[in-house]
Design a protein around this ligand. Structure first.
Ligand SMILES: Nc1ncnc2c1ncn2[C@@H]1O[C@H](COP(=O)(O)OP(=O)(O)OP(=O)(O)O)[C@@H](O)[C@H]1O
Length: 238
């Protein structure tokens, strides 16, 4: 479904992505692991059209996304749950959900999708009129996921959804990933929590210093090796 080839993105002279190639198959959870600074968030921002790559290609079901605006990319079926639960803090829970549907004009469909999100995340229903900035970290993460789902994406990108959350909330977030997968959603997940990620992924990639350094299925590498390389990078782990 997603095919990335030779993608290079820089911040001035800092080459954060140095020719990344990877793919994600329809209906699967594909996970991207790697140490801090490997370029994972840069990749997600490039896929979502927020950053412009210097070269390379990103195809979603064969259609090129590079060069399109973030809104056009959402309209083509790709939604990002950004790092650090970036909800709109001064908007209510309902307004955040409505914002996720900004490309849609089917008002009845939007209303029924909001209901579905509130069924899926009952704590959001209890807080529907509350400002998003006053929610707990876990609730904000759920809102960020629900907001992304409001665009009815074919591919959901999640950038470190578990970071900074209590273990119980992390388990809840991974429960949501499992549930979405069971419903057929295609997910591309960036995670620091390698052990949890390997439990939900069908395929995973390791990224180090702006390049993909390993591609395989969970079980292909010893879990301890994956965890070491995910946190430290290959050189320091060796
Ligand atoms: N806005 C920016 N300006 C300049 N350099 C940046 C910027 N954002 C990221 N970088 C650099 O690009 C490289 C990749 O960063 P990126 O945030 O993509 O890594 P990451 O793998 O997501 O790390 P983390 O797990 O810490 O979020 C790093 O060297 C980082 O310092």
């Amino acid at each position: 479904m997603l095919e990335i080839k030779d993608l290079a993105t820089a911040y001035g002279k800092i080459e954060a992505l140095k020719g990344v190639g990877l793919s994600a198959r329809s209906g699967e959870v594909t996970c991207l692991l790697g140490p801090n600074g490997a370029g994972k968030t840069t990749l997600m921002m490039t896929l979502a059209g927020i950053l412009r790559p210097q070269r390379g290609s990103v195809r979603l079901d064969g259609e090129e996304l590079v060069g399109r605006s973030p809104a056009e990319i959402v309209a083509r079926g790709l939604a990002l749950v950004p790092e650090n639960r970036l909800v709109f803090p001064a908007l209510t829970v309902r307004e955040n959900l409505q914002a996720g549907a900004f490309r849609r004009s089917d008002r009845a469909g939007i209303r029924s999708d909001i209901e579905r999100m509130l069924d899926r995340f009952p704590r959001l229903r209890e807080r529907i009129g509350q400002l998003a900035g006053t929610l707990s970290g876990g609730e904000q993460q759920m809102l960020a996921v629900a907001r992304a789902l409001m665009s009815r994406p074919r591919l959901l990108l999640m950038d470190e959804p578990s970071v900074g959350l209590a273990p119980k909330v992390v388990a809840e977030i991974f429960g949501i990933v499992r549930q979405l997968h069971a419903e057929g959603t295609t997910i591309f997940l960036v995670e620091q929590n390698a052990r949890m990620a390997l439990q939900v992924a069908q395929h995973f990639y390791l990224m180090e210093q702006g390049r993909v350094s390993f591609s395989g299925t969970p079980g292909e590498l010893a879990e301890d090796d994956v965890v070491q390389r995910a946190y430290l990078g290959q050189r320091r782990a060796a």
